[in-house]
Ligand binder design. Structure first.
Ligand code: 5GP
Ligand code: MN
Length: 326
């Protein structure tokens, strides 16, 4: 197999899915792959499903092809998972994964062990969109698909600022720009623009956050009551944990929030050396070295102190390594 997309040749009924609580890379990669198959594989039937499409990602037209309906009972020839690090993160799409003739996984999470029949996991890639653009024929990427891919890349790289950004990322982004996409509008509307509620939530989290480990850790837990009193949805928290990390002296930022069903979602970010993927892994989650997450049903304050302890251990080890080398 030269190219993972060659799997498309042997399938006529195809389903694409991403992870629960979809982010920009997830929406971008799912909708770009949908457009690419629709445009270049005539005669194939393709569906794309996500549990929800946050408003900010609706800016790109390709997001309109995503269905949020999981009632259809169907066995697909081929199921393609994008931006999903483990099977459980497929959420409601898991039933289609289980019944599909063949499964393909295209991803960039370091914690991904390859759960499908055929796997392409590139941890060095900034985003699932970067992995996809690498396997797609650039000449066959439409402007609509290019917009979706560009959106995923800017979301997962923080507009090319995070350490996951590479020369390859920039080269792919450059080629997508040549498709005539409105790149400044995508960056502004998808990444930077926030609703007033989102801005106020950010303010609330920053005002109430607790500093620890001598100013190297910043953390906040936003309760369901608080979320409800603001009329806030989970997607309104997007970007807040990254903003918390920008505090001078901070190495690790943590934002936890309660889901309506009672589970607690933790989002972790690190600035330069703490491996938050390892920490998330201790609680059944994962992600990347600088951005990871997990979900628990335990007392969030107890979990916080465990996260703090694991962070402190990594910071101490770093100090010891550095003084040992001096
Ligand atoms: P976020 O904090 O923005 O939800 O996620 C940061 C990164 O960690 C993303 O790449 C996301 O896919 C991953 N991630 C978040 N939550 C989980 C989780 O519960 N399990 C796993 N395996 N990865 C997660
Ligand atoms: Mn991603």
């Amino acid at each position: 197999m030269n190219n993972i997309l060659d799997e498309l040749n042997n399938a006529s009924d195809i389903m694409i899915a991403g992870h629960v609580r979809p982010d920009g890379d997830c929406v971008g990669s799912c909708s770009a792959l949908y457009c690419y198959i629709r445009d270049n594989y005539p005669g194939k039937h393709v569906d794309v499903r996500l549990e929800h499409v946050p408003d900010s990602y609706r800016f790109i037209s390709a997001s309109s092809y995503i269905s949020t309906d999981y009632t259809e009972e169907k066995e697909y020839d081929l199921f393609i998972s994008v931006d999903v690090s483990n099977k459980e993160r497929l959420g409601k799409a898991l039933k289609y994964f289980g019944s599909a003739g063949k499964t393909v996984c295209i991803d960039h999470h370091i914690s991904n062990e390859g759960f499908a029949d055929v796997n392409l996991v590139v941890p060095e890639a900034s985003s699932a969109c970067e992995v996809l653009a690498g396997v797609m024929d650039m000449d066959k990427i439409s402007r609509e698909a290019a917009e979706a891919l560009y959106m995923g890349i800017i979301c997962d790289t923080g507009v090319f600022s995070y350490s996951c950004t590479s020369r390859q990322t920039m080269e792919i982004a450059g080629k997508l720009m040549e498709k005539g996409i409105p790149y400044t509008d995508i960056i502004e509307n998808v990444f930077y623009e926030k609703t007033l509620l989102q801005q106020r939530l950010l303010g609330k989290c920053l005002l109430s956050a607790k500093m620890s480990l001598g100013g190297q850790m910043i953390a906040y837990y936003i309760t369901r009551e608080e979320m409800d009193s603001w009329g806030a949805r989970n997607e309104d928290l997007e970007g807040i944990v990254s903003q918390m990390r920008q505090t001078r002296g901070v190495e690790v930022s943590v934002l936890a929030s309660e889901d309506p069903e009672g589970s607690i979602k933790f989002s972790l970010r690190s600035k330069s050396y703490v491996n938050v993927n390892l920490i998330a892994g201790c609680f059944g989650g994962g992600g990347h070295e600088r951005a990871a997450g997990f979900t628990v049903f335990e007392d969030p304050y107890k979990v916080f102190s465990e996260v703090e302890k694991l962070t402190a251990e990594q910071i101490l080890r770093r100090v010891q390594e550095r003084t040992g080398n001096d």
